[in-house]
Design a protein around this ligand. Structure first.
Ligand code: 5RP
Length: 247
């Protein structure tokens, strides 16, 4: 019996490793496909997360090969990665508008509405996205959903308001959890705020929910990105599906 369990566990582990490997291959394929949107002379928003990290790495290789761009990171993490790769970096002080931003997402629905913030960078990501002419989202196939909400919606709140906001969001029907670090202390965003992960199940009216959350005092930003993505590149195996926002 012990042996049989062992075998099952090993089988599960192997399957998990295979799925992870496939996901990473898809993330890298989507990142690679996004490079065609980057041109010499552009200001490029650098997304956050494991998929965006593939993009930053590939962009670093292009910069080494002579591509002339200036990057603007969406998090301290992507700033550190890009700086380490020699990508020239600027801040919002140095530019009026961003030509193109490439970023990941936690979920994408058929209207190209997104849930973002799994990596905790939603605030800076949304600010950069709002100043971007062309927002290109790169995802593996698991991120495409018919209805948003299976992934818990991250909501960034100032610490003082967190208990009050958590109650208000619970009253909207979500199971709300304060995001914690591995040591059990609250996770802090790059802007020193808390994040509430809000399990809605299915978000039937994302537009209305976005308005309700934005109207709550103490909410700094939420992870619903509506009407922001221009292009979504979905890697499905070796195939790249390009979804474009219909005006
Ligand atoms: C970070 C994000 C990420 O883009 C999102 O969580 C996707 O991450 P990954 O590519 O690691 O799945 O929004 O705040």
């Amino acid at each position: 019996m012990a042996n049989a369990l062992h075998k099952n566990d090993r089988h599960k582990n192997d399957r998990h490793k295979n799925d992870q490997h496939k996901n990473d291959q898809e993330k890298e394929a989507a990142a690679s496909a996004s490079l065609k949107f980057i041109k010499d002379g552009q200001v490029v928003g650098l997304g956050t997360g494991s998929t965006a990290a593939f993009f930053v790495r590939l962009l670093g290789e292009k910069v080494k090969d002579g591509l002339k761009i200036r990057g603007i990171p969406t998090s301290e993490g992507s700033r550190r990665q890009a700086a380490g790769l020699g990508i020239p970096l600027i801040t919002l002080d140095d530019c009026q508008a961003i030509d193109v931003t490439v970023d990941g997402a936690d979920e994408v629905d058929p209207q190209l509405r997104l849930i973002k913030g799994g990596g905790g960078a939603l605030l800076r990501e949304k600010i950069i996205a709002s100043a971007t002419r062309q927002l290109v989202i790169i995802v593996d196939a698991t991120k495409r959903v018919p209805v948003l909400g299976k992934f818990p919606l991250p909501v960034e709140v100032i610490k003082f308001a967190q208990p009050l906001v958590a109650k208000k969001i619970s009253a909207l029907g979500a199971d709300v959890r304060l995001r914690l670090q591995p040591d059990g202390k609250p996770f802090l965003s790059d802007e020193n705020n808390h994040i509430l992960d809000c399990h809605f199940g299915q978000i039937r009216d994302a537009d209305a929910l976005a308005r309700q959350l934005s109207d709550m005092p103490g909410v700094v930003e939420h992870g619903l990105f509506i009407g922001m993505a221009n292009i979504v590149l979905v890697a499905n195996g070796t195939e790249i599906v390009e979804l474009r926002h219909k005006a």
